[in-house]
Design a binder for this molecule. Structure first.
Ligand code: ZN
Ligand code: ZN
Ligand code: FE
Length: 745
C-alpha cells in the first residue's frame, strides 16, 4: 500500500543497522535489496515484521540470497517507470497519537491546526483524484508546501516523509465559519467559536473527512429535537461522537474488543449497549438499547470538545438515503434551514465517504456499513481470477471490483433509486476502476429487472450476468471466510427477487458460488400492494392473517386503519405478491403485536420487535412445522401467526411474544439445517442477509448451531445486509467465467 509510511520505515530500519541497498515498489509488491552482516540482516527482518507501521499490512515475505556488491547507502528508489505498479490507495485514517500531541502542544507550529496529519494518519482515499498517489493528483494540489513542510515531506527520516496531505497553518487548508445564510463570519479561531455555538445548542454543519455532518450537543434535548424536526427524521437513531474513552465508559457498556475498535485507526461507529443513566438527550436514539458511538477521528473534531462539551450528535448530512453531502456549495444549498452555522474548509473532498458502522457480536466485530477507514482496503480472496465488477443491490448499495486476490469494495453508496446516489455510484465506479487500473471482463447484476444497478449494467458495453439475490448473499459469506466447497446457507432478509416471480427472503440454499439448490424456504405469504406493505407492516400483517385463518380475526392493531380495501385485495387476489421473506414475517408479527404499523426507515418494525424482547430469548416456542412440498421443504408460518394471534387475544405482553417468536425462529432454523445436513452430509452453515443484524436472533442461532456441532460461517468483513451483496455477485461472476456457473437449480 502506498502512503502508509512503509518505505520510510524500511529506510529507517536499514539506516539503524547500517545496511545498504534499496527499496522499490514493483508490480508484485515491495522489493527490498539489503546488504550487511547476517546477524544484522536477521535483526532487520525481525524488525520489519514486528514494527511495521500500523497501516502497512504485510501479506507475505519472500527472501533469497544474492551476491554482494559495492555500495555505500540505503536508498528509496523511484518506482520503476513502465512497469505496472500495484498501488493500493489506503483508506482515510484517524488522527494518530503523535499528531494529536502536536495539535495540543502550544509550542508546536501546528498547535490547534485542524489539518495536521502525517504518514500514519490523515485523509487518503477521499482526496485522491487520480494515479499515481502523489500530491499533485490529490485535492491538495492547490496548496503549495511552505519550506518547512517541504523539508519534512522530502526527509526520509521525518514522520511526514511523503505524507501527501502534509500542511501547516502557513501553507495549508483553512477553516471558515459561515452563518445560517452562508455569510462568512470574521473570527480568528473558527473551531473555538463553533464549539461555543454548539454549547449554546446551535446546529452546526461540519465539513469533515468524507463529507458533512450535522452536529449538535447530545446532552441538550431541546437542540436534538430541533435537529430531528428540521431534518425530518422522526425516529432513526443518531450517531454520536464522544470526547474520549472515559465519556464512552460513562454512557455505555464497553468490552475490550469494543474499546479496541473505537480507538482503531479506522475509527468506526460502534453500536454499544447504552447504560440506563447515560445523561444524553432521549431523542438521540429513542427506544433503542444501543447507541452508535465514535471517537474524534479528525483533528478538527478534537477542537470542538471544548466548553464542557463531551458528546456531540454527528449525523451524516444527507436526506434520508441520499449520499453524504460533500462540497461547500452543495452543503449551503441543501442544509439551509437546517444548520444554524457552517464550519467549512477549503480542502476539497474528492470522493464522499460515510462513517462506517460496526457492532461486536458473537466474538467478532461486524460491519453494518463499511465505508470510511476501511475503503478501499481490499478484502482478501482465496483465489486469483479475472477482473469482475459486482454492481450490488438497490438499498445500502456497494459495488465490488475483483482484481487478482483482492476484492475492492466501494464505500456505502445508499439507496440507488435516489438520483444523487446513482450519480455517486457512477462516479465511484469509474474512480475505483481507474485507481486500481482494472477493467472488468464481466459485470454482474441482480436478477431484479427494476434495480437501478441492473439498468446501469445493461447500459455498459460489457458482458453481463444476472444472479439471484440470495445466491449472492451466500457466495459473499463464503468468499469473505475464504471457504471453498459447499455450505448450507441460511439467508434471511427483507426482499430479493426470486427465480419464479415471487419475492424471496427466508431461504435455505445449499451450494457455493457455482450454484445453489433451494432446499427450503418459508411458506409463501401474500403481500397486498407489494412495496406499500413494506412501508406499512399492518398491510403485511393482514396478508399473513388471510393465509393463516379462514376468517380474518378482528385485532386491536386494525383500529383506525382502513383495512377493508386491503382485505378486498386479498380476497379478490389483486396486486398480491407472494413472499417467503423473513423480514416481512418480523414486520407482520410486530404489527400484530400493535408495534410499528408504519415504518419510517427500513427494518424499523423488526427492530422494535427485537427491542421488545429486552435481550431475552423465550424458553418455549410457538408451533411451527417443516413439511416437504414437491421436492422443497417449507417452513410453515401460519401456525406461528395463529399462536401469535392467540397470545395477543389473551393479553400476553409484547415482550413475551417477541421472546417466544425469537425462540421459534431459532428452533425452526436449527431443525431445517439439521434436515439439510442429514440430506447432504454438509456440516458447514453460512448465515447471511440483513436479518442477521438482529443481535438477539444472531447470537442465539450461532450458539445453537455451534452446540449442535456445525461450523458456522458469518459475516464480519462485509455487511450481512445488502452492502455485502456485491462481493458475492463478483465471486459468482468468476465462477461463470470459469465455466462452472449453474445458478439456482
Ligand atoms: Zn499523524
Ligand atoms: Zn507548511
Ligand atoms: Fe438482501
Amino acid at each position: 500500500m502506498q502512503g502508509v509510511g512503509f518505505r520510510p520505515f524500511v529506510y529507517r530500519v536499514a539506516t539503524l543497522y547500517a545496511l545498504t541497498g534499496f527499496i522499490l515498489n514493483t508490480s508484485s509488491g515491495v522489493l527490498i535489496e539489503v546488504q550487511g552482516s547476517s546477524s544484522l540482516l536477521e535483526k532487520f527482518c525481525e524488525t520489519l515484521k514486528r514494527d511495521a507501521p500500523p497501516l502497512a499490512r504485510i501479506e507475505a515475505i519472500e527472501e533469497s540470497a544474492i551476491d554482494s556488491i559495492s555500495e555505500d547507502a540505503f536508498i528509496i528508489g523511484d518506482s520503476s517507470a513502465g512497469t505496472e505498479v500495484e498501488t493500493l490507495i489506503p483508506p482515510d485514517i484517524a488522527l494518530c497519537s503523535d499528531c494529536r500531541r502536536e495539535l495540543l502542544d502550544p509550542l508546536n507550529r501546528r498547535f490547534r491546526y485542524p489539518f495536521i496529519n502525517c504518514t500514519n494518519c490523515g485523509p487518503r482515499y477521499t482526496i485522491v483524484e487520480r494515479l499515481p498517489y502523489d500530491r499533485p493528483f490529490t485535492s491538495m494540489h492547490g496548496f503549495t508546501m511552505c519550506d518547512e513542510c517541504a523539508e519534512e515531506y522530502h526527509d526520509p527520516l521525518d514522520r511526514r516523509f511523503h505524507a501527501q496531505p502534509n500542511a501547516c497553518p502557513v501553507c495549508g487548508p483553512v477553516l471558515s465559519l459561515l452563518d445560517s445564510s452562508g455569510n462568512p463570519c470574521s473570527v480568528t479561531d473558527a473551531a473555538a467559536v463553533t464549539s461555543a455555538l454548539l454549547k449554546q445548542g446551535r446546529i452546526v454543519a461540519l465539513k469533515g473527512v468524507g463529507g458533512f455532518h450535522l452536529s449538535v450537543d447530545a446532552r441538550n434535548e431541546e437542540a436534538v429535537r430541533r435537529l430531528r424536526e428540521r431534518k425530518g427524521r422522526e425516529a432513526k437513531p443518531f450517531a454520536v461522537m464522544m470526547r474520549d474513552m472515559a465519556v464512552v465508559r460513562d454512557c455505555c457498556e464497553l468490552s475490550d474488543a469494543e474499546c479496541a475498535a473505537l480507538s482503531s485507526p479506522e475509527a468506526p461507529i460502534v453500536l454499544l449497549k447504552k447504560k440506563t443513566h447515560d445523561g444524553l438527550s432521549p431523542s438521540v436514539a429513542p427506544l433503542h438499547d444501543r447507541l452508535g458511538v465514535m471517537l474524534p477521528y479528525a483533528p478538527l473534531h478534537i477542537l470542538l470538545f471544548d466548553n464542557g462539551i463531551d458528546v456531540l450528535v454527528m449525523t451524516s448530512a444527507n436526506f434520508s438515503e441520499e449520499p453524504i453531502v460533500n462540497e461547500n456549495d452543495e452543503a449551503l444549498l441543501w442544509l439551509k434551514g437546517i444548520a444554524d452555522a457552517f464550519l467549512m474548509h477549503n480542502r476539497p473532498i474528492h470522493l464522499k465517504c460515510d462513517d462506517s458502522v460496526t457492532i461486536h457480536l458473537s466474538r467478532s466485530l461486524r460491519q453494518i456499513r463499511r465505508s470510511r477507514g476501511y475503503v478501499p482496503a481490499p478484502v482478501y480472496l482465496k483465489q486469483d481470477g479475472p477482473v469482475v465488477l459486482g454492481t450490488g443491490g438497490e438499498l445500502k448499495n456497494t459495488f465490488a471490483l475483483l482484481k487478482g486476490t483482492h476484492a475492492l469494495i466501494s464505500q456505502h453508496i445508499g439507496d440507488m433509486k435516489n438520483y444523487e446516489a446513482y450519480r455517486h455510484f457512477e462516479h465511484a465506479a469509474a474512480h475505483l476502476q481507474h485507481l486500481f487500473q482494472a477493467t472488468p471482463e464481466l459485470l454482474v447484476h441482480d436478477l431484479h429487472p427494476g434495480y437501478m444497478t441492473t439498468g446501469w449494467a445493461l447500459k455498459q458495453q460489457l458482458p453481463l450476468l444476472g444472479v439471484q439475490h440470495h445466491h449472492a448473499h451466500l457466495a459473499s459469506c463464503l468468499a469473505e471466510n475464504k471457504v471453498e466447497g459447499q455450505a448450507i446457507g441460511l439467508i434471511l432478509d427483507g426482499t430479493g427477487y426470486g427465480t419464479e416471480g415471487t419475492i424471496w427472503g427466508g431461504e435455505v440454499l445449499i451450494g457455493d458460488a457455482d450454484g445453489v439448490h433451494r432446499f427450503a424456504s418459508f411458506e409463501p405469504m401474500p403481500l397486498p400492494g407489494g412495496d406499500a406493505a413494506v412501508e406499512q407492516p399492518w398491510r403485511a400483517a393482514l396478508g399473513y392473517l388471510s393465509r393463516s385463518f379462514s376468517t380474518i380475526p378482528d385485532l386491536p392493531f386494525m383500529k383506525g386503519r382502513t383495512v377493508e380495501p386491503v382485505i378486498e385485495l386479498l380476497q379478490k387476489r389483486v396486486s398480491l405478491y407472494e413472499t417467503s421473506s423473513c423480514g416481512r414475517l418480523f414486520d407482520a408479527v410486530a404489527a400484530l403485536c400493535g408495534l410499528q404499523g408504519v415504518v419510517t426507515y427500513e427494518g424499523e418494525a423488526a427492530i422494535q420487535l427485537m427491542l421488545a424482547a429486552g435481550g431475552i430469548m423465550g424458553s418455549s416456542s410457538f408451533r411451527y412445522a417443516i413439511e416437504e412440498h414437491s421436492g422443497r421443504w417449507i417452513m410453515n408460518v401460519s401456525p406461528v401467526i395463529r399462536d401469535v394471534v392467540a397470545a395477543v387475544e389473551n393479553g400476553v405482553s409484547v415482550a413475551d411474544i417477541s421472546r417466544r417468536f425469537h425462540r421459534t425462529l431459532v428452533c425452526c432454523f436449527t431443525d431445517v439445517i439439521k434436515k439439510a445436513s442429514q440430506a447432504t452430509g454438509i456440516k458447514r452453515v453460512a448465515l447471511s442477509g440483513g436479518v442477521f443484524q438482529n443481535a438477539l436472533l444472531f447470537e442465539a442461532l450461532v450458539f445453537e448451531l455451534e452446540e449442535a456441532g456445525y461450523r458456522v460461517l458469518t459475516h464480519s468483513l462485509v455487511p450481512s445486509n445488502d452492502g455485502g451483496l456485491s462481493l458475492g455477485q463478483a465471486v459468482i461472476g468468476r465462477s461463470y467465467l470459469a465455466g462452472r456457473y449453474q445458478g439456482v437449480y
